[in-house]
Design a protein around this ligand. Structure first.
Ligand SMILES: NC(=O)c1ccc[n+]([C@@H]2O[C@H](COP(=O)([O-])OP(=O)(O)OC[C@H]3O[C@@H](n4cnc5c(N)ncnc54)[C@H](O)[C@@H]3O)[C@@H](O)[C@H]2O)c1
Length: 255
């Protein structure tokens, strides 16, 4: 599998950046969609090219319909309809409980982590028109789609909603050969987990709860994304694949 057109959102950082580089190593054309970090996007594009792929960078707000439409139009003008979409753009929970949460915060997170997935998926699909077969959408969800945390109602609701979006899309698009799956990471060392990277004691406390006794790396998530987008995963659709070193199995601690 090489020479595909792959759109990665949130590709200037963390899991998205690792995915962009991994698809580059697979020999694909990667559209590096980024929010505001131009230098990060250029670094991701450079990694794609170093790996043997082609890259373009495009600024896009995933929660903006016109912005998403314009980004895909630019990809299609250059390379034609996209074959793979990796939706990695997202905001993290803030620890604010519902009784203290402002409506603006709720909306911002739902708009980014859930509506963004709807907008990018829809534009990916309409861009393909009646073209059938060999296409895949991957949404980077979270174990918090089902393992909730106090202070994360906005994030957990967005990722829980993403599960239903993925499953609905999967049955809508299966007959066209377009597969839609969710990747559910646990603790991955990215800027979203900046404190764990800066504070060894804090990180050790968190890693103690992970059966494999360590956090994951973005490259490990990217390896899964490349597999799920490949022909080797041709019968997998509507699935939620957990990648968390066993963390989500520990919910009954203290029971
Ligand atoms: N790191 C983890 O432990 C972890 C665990 C589970 C799930 N995830 C999910 O993985 C995905 C990637 O997160 P990450 O860990 O790489 O964090 P990250 O902060 O490095 O990357 C998130 C990216 O999303 C982009 N983004 C935010 N708002 C955007 C918007 N409105 N439009 C476009 N882009 C926007 C940011 O610019 C950033 O590049 C997220 O969806 C996150 O919820 C991460």
């Amino acid at each position: 599998m090489s020479g595909r057109t792959v759109v990665v959102t949130g590709a200037e950082s963390g899991i998205g950046a690792a995915c962009a580089a991994a698809f580059g190593r697979a020999g694909d054309r990667v559209a590096v969609l980024y929010h505001s970090d131009t230098a990060g996007a250029e670094a991701s594009a450079a990694a794609v090219r170093t790996g043997g792929g082609e890259a373009i960078t495009i600024q896009a707000d995933v929660d903006g319909e016109a912005s998403v439409d314009a980004a895909f139009a630019q990809v299609e003008a250059q390379w034609g309809p996209a074959d793979v979409l990796v939706n990695s753009a997202g905001l993290n929970m803030t620890g604010v409980t519902v009784r203290d949460m402002k409506l603006d915060q709720w909306r911002r997170l739902i708009d980014t982590d859930l509506t963004g997935a709807f907008l990018t998926s829809r534009r990916f699909l309409t861009g393909r028109g009646d073209k059938n077969g060999d296409a895949a959408i991957l949404h980077i969800s979270s174990i918090h789609a089902y393992a909730v945390r106090a202070g994360g109602a906005d994030y957990c609701a967005a990722k829980g909603g993403l599960t239903n979006l993925v499953e609905t899309l999967a049955i809508e698009e299966a007959a066209r050969g377009i597969r839609i799956n969710a990747i559910e990471p646990g603790m991955i060392l990215t800027p979203m987990n900046a404190r764990a990277q800066a504070d060894a004691t804090y990180r050790a406390t968190l890693e103690h709860n992970i059966p494999m006794q360590r956090a994951g790396n973005p490259e490990e998530v990217a390896d899964l994304a490349v597999f799920l987008a490949s022909d080797r995963a041709r019968y997998i659709t509507g699935a939620r694949i957990v990648i968390d070193g066993g963390l989500s199995l520990m919910q009954a601690i203290g029971a």
